[in-house]
Design a protein around this ligand. Structure first.
Ligand SMILES: NC(=O)c1ccc[n+]([C@@H]2O[C@H](COP(=O)([O-])OP(=O)(O)OC[C@H]3O[C@@H](n4cnc5c(N)ncnc54)[C@H](O)[C@@H]3O)[C@@H](O)[C@H]2O)c1
Ligand SMILES: [Fe+2]
Length: 380
């Protein structure tokens, strides 16, 4: 049996932020980062929580939240006796809040904490997922926690909050959306429900990411990307991801390559692998996954005479988008030295195979396969 449900109430459009006024008498903590405090957005959100008994701001979130940050967050949450957490920021703020609440519940320290997620990037979809990615800096590993308890109660989708994201962050996070939707679409668990969400997310993201990147003030493009991010989140929350994320988590943990950028660099090579093309992008046997990838290529307006031509059109389009957004295509361009890469390559391959996301990749993956995907980026 498969089940499909979206627990999170998604609020969008004019007045979405006003639901923050519905939590009278609660003790609220806003989990966010220094940028959101400096830009005044955190204070605006705190203002909307004026019916709460107490509102405090935990502003220590850093990209790729480490375990220690979650421990600090838990202490802050307990000191505030919080029963409402508002996560304001990118995936890092939302994931840190989710992991902290889970820790509070699991340790028996505190139950009944509501979570409202307000994403300020259009990327992770964390506002509607039961995933939270936490980093063990000492071991150089990113752990995707997967637990239904991690699902936020509300998501407030306000594209105006994303306008301040510079082109670099817009591109990185936008590629995360595309990767989520594409991996969900070809996941071994994919079904008609997740397909509908993933296809729409891909249609929107391929059309509007270039616009949002070119002009961050294009509010229509921001809104469409924000919607795409949330739809892609719903899709992969239902059917999980694949080897692209399995490897991207290693590149993030080892070399601090931002999550979406790591996905972007890998994606053309993973599409190549999943569509059963050889390492030189030469065609082999058609597969169920290559047919589905070809369908997406057609859906976003690319053309080709047969399945392999469509797959190649998509691979070329992804390389073009990397170039257009000045996204690194190799580890060298991402600032990783050959020596640093060689030193951890074997450990990364091992961890990628064990990563929770890899289990639903449409094509079974071996260590040699991961090495062949990484070889596409390992050029100095
Ligand atoms: N939980 C999930 O389902 C899920 C899915 C994919 C990725 N992730 C995780 O999420 C994290 C990445 O999240 P992210 O890509 O949203 O980036 P992020 O939250 O790490 O933020 C990246 C940078 O962007 C800045 N920023 C965020 N919003 C901004 C805005 N509106 N204007 C200006 N600057 C802004 C932040 O201050 C930060 O410096 C990674 O740890 C990744 O592993 C989680
Ligand atoms: Fe992701």
């Amino acid at each position: 049996m498969q089940t499909f449900y979206v627990k999170t109430k998604v609020c969008s459009g004019d007045g979405a932020m006003d639901i923050l006024g519905n939590f009278a008498g609660r003790n609220a903590v806003i989990f966010t980062d220094a940028f959101m405090v400096k830009s005044g957005v955190a204070a605006r959100v705190a203002g909307k929580l004026s019916n709460c008994a107490d509102v405090r701001i935990f502003d220590e979130i850093k990209p790729d939240p480490p375990i220690e940050l979650v421990a600090n967050g838990l202490q802050f949450l307990l000191d505030a006796n919080a029963d409402l957490v508002v996560a304001l920021g990118g995936g890092s703020s939302i994931d840190a809040a989710k992991a902290t609440i889970l820790m509070a519940k699991r340790s028996g320290a505190k139950d009944n904490i509501s979570l409202i997620a307000i994403p300020t990037t259009s990327g992770t979809g964390s506002e509607v997922t039961s995933f939270a990615v936490i980093t063990d800096r000492e071991k150089g590993v990113k752990y995707p926690l997967v637990d239904e308890e991690l699902l936020p109660d509300y998501a407030i989708m306000d594209p105006a909050l994303v306008v301040s994201a510079p082109p670099r962050i817009t591109a990185d996070t936008g590629f995360d959306v595309i990767t989520h939707a594409l991996e969900a679409y070809i996941s071994t668990n994919a079904n008609d429900y997740s397909d509908a969400l993933a296809e729409k997310a891909l249609e929107l993201a391929f059309a509007y990411l270039p616009k949002a990147y070119a002009d961050g003030n294009d509010l229509e493009a921001r809104e469409k990307m924000h919607t795409a991010s949330c739809l892609a989140g719903m899709a992969f929350n239902a059917v999980s991801l694949g080897i692209n994320h399995g490897i991207a988590h290693q590149l993030g943990a080892r070399f601090h390559i931002p999550h979406g950028r790591a996905n972007a660099m890998l994606l053309p090579h993973v599409v190549r692998f999943n569509a059963n093309l050889d390492a030189n992008f030469g065609a082999k046997q058609e597969t169920a996954a290559s047919l589905r990838i070809a369908h997406i290529a057609r859906r976003i307006g690319l053309s080709g005479d047969d399945t392999n031509a469509l797959v190649l059109a998509l691979v070329r389009h992804l390389f073009y988008m990397l170039k257009m957004t000045e996204t690194p295509a190799t580890l060298n361009e991402a600032g990783v030295t050959k020596e640093a890469y060689e030193a951890v390559k074997a450990a990364m391959i091992d961890a990628a195979l064990k990563d929770a996301c890899t289990a639903t990749n449409p094509r079974p993956v071996t260590a040699d396969d991961v090495a062949s995907i990484l070889a596409g980026l390992a050029r100095w």
